[in-house]
Ligand binder design. Structure first.
Ligand code: RTP
Ligand code: MG
Length: 141
């Protein structure tokens, strides 16, 4: 296993619930380190570009509407096997199918408002980290 970086987003529903600290705490307890972080209110253009792979999907408009509905916290997480580890901590996309104890099981209500995003592959992680952070905003430690 290699040290990896992955992009995490705490979505508007979880920010609105005041769950930022609880969610970051789960990452840290699992051995992932926050090496970059910022709070943003995404524009339609920025959210749409981020989810460009889903542009033709029926849920795209709702997804962009939701992601621009309030502020988000965007972070780079670093650690052993960080991409898969983060996805494991998040749980399934649909919170009704998410394993007990996962972030989505505990904080998400619906498949649209599902608390967190995490990169799903090394290629996505590279693209997504660069989409939000310049090299000098990442602090290896
Ligand atoms: P994310 O990208 O946000 O981490 O979520 P994910 O990988 O688990 O799921 P993905 O397939 O990439 O879908 C992105 C987001 O679109 C919404 N979605 N809605 N109604 C639907 O069938 C549907 N499918 C996906 C979800 O909010 C999902 O997080
Ligand atoms: Mg995805």
């Amino acid at each position: 296993m290699a040290t990896e970086r992955t992009l995490s987003i705490i979505k508007p529903d979880a920010v609105a619930k005041n769950a930022i600290g609880d969610i970051i705490s789960r990452f840290e307890k699992a051995g992932l380190k926050v090496v970059a972080a910022k709070m943003l209110h995404l524009s339609e253009e920025k959210a749409g570009g981020f989810y460009a792979e889903h542009k033709e999907r029926p849920f795209f408009k709702d997804l962009v509407g939701f992601m621009t509905s309030g502020p988000v916290v965007v972070q780079v997480l670093e650690g052993e096997d960080a991409i898969a580890k983060n996805r494991e901590l998040m749980g399934a996309t649909n919170p009704k199918e998410a394993a007990p104890g996962t972030i989505r099981a505990d904080f998400a209500e619906t498949i649209d408002a599902n608390a967190v995003h995490g990169s799903d592959s090394p290629a996505s992680a590279e693209r997504e980290v660069a989409y939000f952070f310049s090299a000098d905003e990442i602090c290896p430690r």
